[in-house]
Design a protein around this ligand. Sequence first.
Ligand code: ZN
Length: 153
Amino acid sequence: MKTPKILIGEGNKVLRAKSEKAGIKKAKEILVEMRRVLKKQEALGLAAPQIGENYRVVMCSIDGRFTAMINPEIMSFSLDTEIKEEGCLSLPDEWGNVERAYSIELEYTNEEEERVKVYLEGWNARVVQHELDHLEGILFTDRMKKKKGILSL
Ligand SMILES: [Zn+2]
């Protein structure tokens, strides 16, 4: 089987679309493909739209281990925020500072079809927020503090 291609570019229509809820069967198929991609890439996470599937499925590195999340939902964001530099496999030449909630409460369905609730902070929370943005068609450059060209006063 071929490794799926990663979609690239701020203007890509699939990357910019809102993704729909995934049934468990479809989610599992997508996760097989996503794991294949992640074996070959250095990344902390991947969202299904990045491999051309507009479904609500992501893989996020949590404490250094990839965790599959189906139909994830952030239930609350901390008021505390943190600014850190991010990159994205779909924007290979871009890096930039993004402000995000320091911690979140998250719900998702795991591969055993259980609904799981977790509290995440720091990089774990950041990776999840970045990947869930992909499900809304949002890229990290949309949230960058200083985007090229809009700095002049
Ligand atoms: Zn990304």
